[in-house]
Write a protein that binds this ligand. Sequence first.
Ligand code: FES
Length: 103
Amino acid sequence: AKITFITRDNETIELEGTSGSVMQLAVDNNVAGIDGDCGGVCSCATCHVHVAPEHQAKTGEATEIETDMLELNDYANEQSRLCCQMEISEELDGIVLQVAESD
Ligand code: FES
């Protein structure tokens, strides 16, 4: 699936992935701002992205554990996902993810 990241510096990075989490794809390709500090267990929020509204149908909504994690995040909104919780599949082809701000 083709997944596009837009970094905080407005750099557009297009990646191609077939499996694993979206966070891992970003980390493997050095997408600035996606750190994946917790290794993908949904406890650090350094993989926070905003899903473009027109792509939210593809990614689905944040799971409860993500929502709990994002509750305390100043930059979270209804487009927020923690991308370690997003599994790459063809379903995600063409999505655009904006790397969220952080403190
Ligand atoms: Fe830590 Fe996603 S990598 S919450």
